[in-house]
Design a protein around this ligand. Structure first.
Ligand code: UTP
Length: 293
């Protein structure tokens, strides 16, 4: 069985929920304290054995390329000021993986973004991580959990989490036969169903391991909901040819693509950060008192 060594991270979306900030700053570059969201996602992939990161970017996303590149002018100033360790930590960011960039010329949806990476992925299984979903698990990263399941079943594995009935219309929803604890053999999938039409409350949450057969399906799949090429629609077609599994991901998930999710992530990370956690606790308690009068 081929190993999963490549990850596609689609980051070409406009991030309209964060305008005006995202007019010139990619939403994936918004910081969680002092590290951009995308840095955590790349770390998750690397810790899971990924060696090549394929970013699907757009013309407004150059800051991501710069972030994962060397910055010699800054480095020489830092070195002159005796900050060798800082220079090394910046270089580490660029050396984490092999980074490849491919442009999605039109923002035609997640499925289209994944298809844009076809020629770089080639004929091997690959991971997909959405650039605005943070999932924290110190024991085994989210995408690592799916890669382990892929090695067991040899078929595509979709990351899922249970959501409330009212929230199903925000997600792709899967249903199927339970195989073992947290793993299903998928028999049905639908993108953003109405609550009364949803087959389950098992939601797709931005992590996938896919076999390369998905590209054939993406090429044939017409534009779906919102005039976008939906990855879920292509997976529905893939299901007619190949088994697909879903795995409940263990970890704390933050959807940093919306304002509240982003703020919650910052608070959670601040409460885990050795240097500011005591101060932030004090601040939160003070605010609670003020709010409650
Ligand atoms: P979203 O729909 O959450 O991101 O897509 P968006 O379009 O950037 O955000 P809003 O809804 O306008 O605020 C999920 C992921 O897929 C990428 C996005 O960058 C995001 O990481 N994406 C989406 C693409 O790469 N290309 C697309 O055409 C659409």
């Amino acid at each position: 069985m081929r190993e999963v060594k490549k990850a596609v991270i689609p980051v070409a979306g406009f991030g309209t929920r964060f305008l005006p900030a995202t007019k010139s700053t990619p939403k994936e570059m918004l910081p969680i304290i002092d590290k951009p969201i995308i840095h955590y996602i790349v770390e998750e992939a690397i810790k899971s054995g990924i060696e090549t990161i394929i970013f699907v970017t757009g013309r407004h996303k150059r800051a991501i390329e710069d972030y994962f590149d060397y910055y010699p002018e800054l480095e020489s100033i830092l070195l002159k000021n005796g900050k060798k360790e800082l220079v090394e930590s910046l270089r580490e960011i660029s050396n984490m993986a092999e980074f490849v960039y491919v442009r999605q010329k039109e923002q035609l949806g997640l499925g289209h973004a994944v298809l844009t990476a076809k020629h770089i992925v080639g004929d091997e299984p690959f991971a997909v991580l959405l650039g605005d979903e943070l999932i924290i698990n110190d024991k085994q990263p989210a995408i690592g959990q799916l890669i382990s399941a892929y090695y067991k079943f040899g078929k595509s594995v979709i990351g899922t989490m249970e959501v409330s009935k009212e929230d199903v219309s925000k997600y792709g929803i899967v249903a199927g036969k339970s195989i073992t604890e947290g793993i299903k053999l998928v028999d049905y999938m639908v993108e953003k169903p109405k609550p009364e039409e949803a087959p389950s409350t098992s939601a797709i949450i931005g992590r996938y391991v896919l076999t390369p057969t998905i590209f054939e399906e993406l090429e044939k799949t017409p534009l779906g909901k919102g005039g976008e090429l939906q990855l879920t629609d292509a997976m529905v077609n893939l299901l007619k040819k190949e088994a697909i599994y879903s795995k409940d991901i263990e970890g704390i998930r933050h959807d940093t693509g919306n304002k509240l999710g982003y703020l919650k992530a910052i608070i959670d990370f601040a409460l885990m950060s050795e240097d500011i956690k005591e101060d932030i606790k004090e601040l939160i308690l003070k605010k609670c008192k003020e709010i409650n009068g």
